[in-house]
Design a protein around this ligand. Structure first.
Ligand code: NAD
Length: 267
């Protein structure tokens, strides 16, 4: 039974992970770490569950005693000093925080020299599988099948195409030996002419409360393949991070990602 310390326990992801961990028996939530402002609060109550006796702590060194794995979903300004405190303690880490600059990425690489670290920009198991399936299909159906991507998100999303849509297009083009930057078409309008073999269209749909959908089309003559991932709940990231936390315990030092956790070849 692996004992988890959750760094960023009072945040959206931290509370989501508390709820996921409450569903099972391994790993278990042992420690909750967050800012001093929320210290002393029962993290079960914060997560909308019954009290679980795990109180938020702000003293990192004390909180890390007796834990087997750490999950971090905070902010780069909190994560980097936290990694420095973790150094030398020998505790595996799952890093969910995003937005690291070069200094933060270097701190993760350094940590990976002494402990196993999982570092993934997207912990969804389904999205990870989407990338792997898309790469395989795009490489094997390289001739005569045009690749196009459609992504759908809620009306409040401000960037387009989505980061996952771009990554999916990059994965497809790399699998075909093509350069995404030179072949991408973000939408079409007017007399654009017939499509070329190598281009990849990426189209964004925005509306309502759609959590996130991505479809890769491989359109041939007389048939087409569609590979779709539909997210209906933002808990998918928490579930993947919990899977990663169970996986990383006992691994050799290094920096891993969700492809490693799921036993998939990195596309
Ligand atoms: P949030 O703002 O709701 O929560 C962050 C938590 O970190 C807060 O409780 C905050 O008090 C705590 N924190 C900040 N500074 C701290 C410090 N110095 N010491 C202790 N605690 C501190 O944010 P969120 O929505 O939970 O997201 C957290 C991070 O996870 C973001 O970087 C986000 O982009 C990333 N994220 C990654 C994935 C993924 O799949 N990799 C998915 C969702 C979110």
């Amino acid at each position: 039974m692996a004992r988890v310390a959750m760094h960023g326990a009072a945040g959206r992801m931290g509370l989501s992970i508390t709820r996921i961990l409450a569903e099972g028996t391994d790993p278990v939530l042992a420690k909750a770490i967050d800012r001093a402002a929320v210290a002393g609060k029962d993290v079960g109550l914060l997560a909308g569950l019954s009290a679980n006796g795990v109180l938020v702590e702000s003293d990192v060194d004390a909180a890390l005693e007796g834990v087997d794995v750490v999950i971090d979903f905070t902010h780069p300004t909190a994560s980097v000093p936290f990694f420095e405190k973790l150094a030398g303690k020998g505790i595996p880490v799952v890093v969910g925080t995003t937005g690291f600059e070069a200094e933060g990425r270097a701190a993760i690489a350094k940590l990976g020299q002494t402990v196993p670290v999982v570092f993934a920009p997207n912990y969804s198991q389904g999205v990870t599988m989407l990338f792997a399936l898309a790469a395989q299909a795009a490489a094997l159906m390289n001739r005569g099948f045009d690749a196009e991507i459609v992504e759908l998100h809620h009306r409040l999303k401000v960037d387009s195409p989505s980061g996952t849509g771009v990554k999916l297009a990059e994965v497809v083009q790399r699998a075909r030996g093509l350069d995404y930057e030179k072949t991408k078409i973000h939408g079409r309008s007017g007399q654009v002419g017939a499509r070329t073999d190598d281009e990849i269209g990426v189209v964004a749909v925005r509306g309502g409360d759609i959590v996130g959908e991505h479809t890769l089309y491989l359109a041939g003559m007389g048939e087409r393949i569609e590979i779709t991932h539909r997210a209906t709940d933002r808990q998918i990231f928490a579930r993947g991070a919990v899977r990663a936390a169970g996986w990383v315990v006992g691994k050799a030092p290094g920096v891993y990602d969700m492809f490693d956790v799921m036993g998939l070849e990195r596309p």
